[in-house]
Design a protein around this ligand. Structure first.
Ligand code: GLA
Ligand code: ZN
Length: 680
């Protein structure tokens, strides 16, 4: 799914300004000035679109879309289900969500409808159909924006009933369910299907299999709702694509399950630049990971659907973007595979919850503002970078980040209830690649491993059916796998593997057995001492929090623990398996260990870097590959000038100016280089 140019625009809410034709007219002039070519319309417009039940008022919307189109601006048209009108909440209480304390919401806010309610589904189907009939063939409309930021759980009787039905289908018999959930524990055996309730604080929360299935069900039910919406608009025009805007590290919904329900992946990114706790480079890495995840879902370019042109109003502190940061942040998305830079929001609302949220056009209303100029510059640059459209990032490295694993890890009691840190661990294994300028895909256990050279499994606690077999095949055929402590502990219903861990045949792959795992209190440390292997510098690394005590069978020990009763026991091992190798990192190590270890592996496996050089701290480079040219985006996430040197012949993408092996970057500068296409 490709658009003809890189999109630049954002959420546009003319429904808030219908009594101000002067402002609506000014919007068009300002959009042209800001190099805007695409806006998202109607996301929260239901009460304007259907002011009373069954009476649709679409004339204003038609005038807006047509006017935008005549001025060269496309529309991403929303279905309005993200916020329901008051008349509907009043007339049909069942559409209002029941929260975890088992009370039903009153009317208000947004994103709080029941995904199961047949009434809500019908109301949504009706308005989506009517919108599609009126606008799906409008030449200005290029994409459907389904609802907004799907998420949240509902505990109403309809949802409980649907959960029960889903469980019946999954398990067939109560006996199978009782077994899978290990319900004999604390005498929690169910004797009838209707005894099963969704996990809530006042009720059942101690059956891990139930919690895991409830999470799966909520993704399933949301997905079902998304498909319902998609089908309602596609019934009118099947070839008009749909998207749904996803979110940053959104734990609730397994986006890998949702990916096939939309034609284009899009997401909303709000980096917290300029905070105390993290450097800009660290913030950049977290967002780079999420960009990579979004691209990896379909292995295609995605859309940055929302970002703030300046500050947000919901983060603890609304810090302005420093000069250069808006360009850098926008270009970071493009570098990782986005074909758009869209904002929340075009024009600041005058009242209510988001009146102080950053916008392209301030309450002031003019174009002579710092933010407006920053935005216009991004627009100009995207026009000059249009040739990026047919390129996409390719990766030889994959990191497994799996939602079912996430749910199970976070639900486990022990070994460190003060923080198992799954997300942080995944990021600490991603960081070295970001620093080296090596592209990484973020995959889950359902993905194919073909084509990768290196697959990394940080804390892959839960093994889904068939994944271990996939790993064995991948390694046998020459792939390299790296796993950490706390991998292969439970099966897909959250039952521990019997007969030794890591389970499901992974003991054979890694050539070891995990005997027990030691958890350390905060502030306590051990160390990893590399043996002579040629892989590492002979220096000690600090480890903390989790130390797995493994017994090698066929694995070779590359490093040992430095202290405590397990001093001298293996802390890093490698096992030859068929044509490939399987590494096991037994302890949570400081970042320097990951850097040196993956640095050595990158050399050994001849992993492609965006540029063949070492990048300074806080600088990274990302490569998008095309048929004849590759684009390498070099980004300086530091407040100081930086120099890089590399052997490749390149030119600046926009100007064609030659770059002869050396590049100077101003603070926060981003440069896009054009290089001959890499051979792979
Ligand atoms: C989300 C929503 C938007 C807006 C922004 C504010 O991403 O989708 O409607 O509320 O947050 O940052
Ligand atoms: Zn419900």
């Amino acid at each position: 799914m490709q658009f003809s140019c890189l999109l630049h625009g954002g959420d546009y809410n003319p429904d808030q300004w219908l009594d101000r034709p002067d402002i609506l007219a000014a919007d068009i002039d300002l959009m042209k000035k800001a190099h805007i070519n695409c806006v998202s319309v109607g996301i929260f417009a239901w009460s304007r679109l259907e002011p009373e039940e069954g009476r649709y008022d679409f004339d204003w919307l038609e005038a807006i879309i047509t006017n935008l189109y005549q001025n060269g601006i496309s529309t991403i048209l929303a279905t309005p289900s993200g916020a329901k009108p008051a008349w509907m909440s009043r007339k049909y209480p069942e559409i209002r969500r029941v929260s975890r304390d088992m009370t039903r919401d009153l009317h208000g806010k947004r994103h709080n409808h029941c995904y199961t309610s047949p009434v809500y589904r019908e109301k949504v189907r009706q308005i989506n159909t009517a919108l599609a009939e009126r606008f799906a063939h409008h030449p200005g409309v290029i994409l459907w924006h389904l609802s907004n930021e799907y998420g949240g759980k509902c505990y109403c009787p309809l949802c409980q009933q649907a959960f029960c039905g889903w469980l019946r289908e999954k398990y067939g018999t109560l006996d199978a369910l009782n077994k899978a959930w290990w319900t004999d524990f604390w005498s929690h055996r169910y004797s009838s299907w209707d005894e099963i309730e969704a996990p809530v604080p006042a009720g059942e929360e101690s059956v891990h299999g139930l919690n895991l299935d409830w999470n799966r069900f909520c993704t399933h039910q949301t997905n079902d709702f998304i498909r319902w919406e998609a089908e309602s608009v596609k019934a009118v025009r099947p070839d008009l694509p749909v998207t749904a805007n996803f979110m940053y590290f959104f734990d609730e919904l397994d986006y890998y399950t949702l990916k096939d329900s939309v034609d284009v992946i899009s997401w909303d990114a709000y980096p917290t630049w300029g905070e105390n706790e993290e450097s800009e480079a660290e913030v950049a890495r977290r967002f780079a990971f999420n960009h990579d995840l979004m691209r990896s879902l379909k292995k295609q370019p995605f859309l940055l659907m929302e970002s703030s042109p300046s500050a947000t109003n919901w983060q603890p502190v609304s810090k302005l973007k420093r000069p250069g940061v808006h360009m850098l942040s926008s270009m970071q998305a493009i570098a990782h595979g986005s074909n758009s830079v869209q904002y929340f929001q075009w024009r600041k609302s005058r009242g209510a919850f988001e009146k102080f949220h950053g916008a392209v056009v301030d309450h002031y209303g003019g174009s002579d503002t710092r933010v407006f100029r920053d935005v216009a510059q991004v627009g100009e640059r995207l026009e000059a970078l249009g040739g990026l459209i047919p390129t996409c990032n390719r990766s030889q490295v994959a990191i497994v980040y799996d939602w079912e694993n996430l749910w199970a890890v976070n639900d486990a009691k022990g070994p460190r209830n003060c923080g198992l840190k799954y997300r942080e661990t995944v990021l600490s294994h991603y960081a070295p690649f970001w620093k080296m300028g090596i592209n990484v895909d973020v995959i889950d256990e359902t993905c194919d491993l073909d084509g990768y050279r290196l697959v990394i499994l940080p804390m892959l606690y839960l093994l889904r059916d068939g994944f271990a077999e996939k790993l064995r095949r991948f390694t046998d055929q020459g792939g390299t796998v790296v796993a950490t402590y706390w991998t292969g502990i439970v099966d897909s219903t959250d039952l521990c593997w019997l007969g030794g861990m890591p389970g499901d045949g992974l003991m054979e792959l890694f050539g070891l057995r995990s005997e027990e795992i030691d958890a350390l209190y905060d502030g306590q440390y051990n160390s990893i001492k590399p043996q002579q292997s040629g892989l590492f510098p002979a220096k000690d690394y600090r480890v903390s929090e989790l130390c797995d005590l493994v017994i090698p069978s066929t694995a070779q020990t590359l490093a040992v623990y430095g202290s405590d009763f397990y001093a001298g026991r293996p802390a890093l091992t490698v096992n030859q398996f068929g044509q490939g190798e399987a590494y096991y990192i037994a302890a949570r190590a400081e970042d320097a260990f990951q850097e040196d270890f993956y640095g050595a592996l990158a050399q050994k496996l001849h992993l492609d870097r965006a540029l063949s050089c070492t990048l300074p701290e806080g600088v990274t480079a990302v490569r998008r590959s095309g048929d004849s040219f590759d684009a390498v985006t070099v980004m300086n996430f530091t407040p100081t000038p930086q120099e890089i040197r590399f052997p490749e012949t390149a030119e600046v993408w926009e100007t064609g100016a030659p770059v002869n092996g050396a590049l100077s970057l101003a603070p926060y500068e981003v440069v896009v280089l054009k290089l001959a296409a890499s051979s792979r």
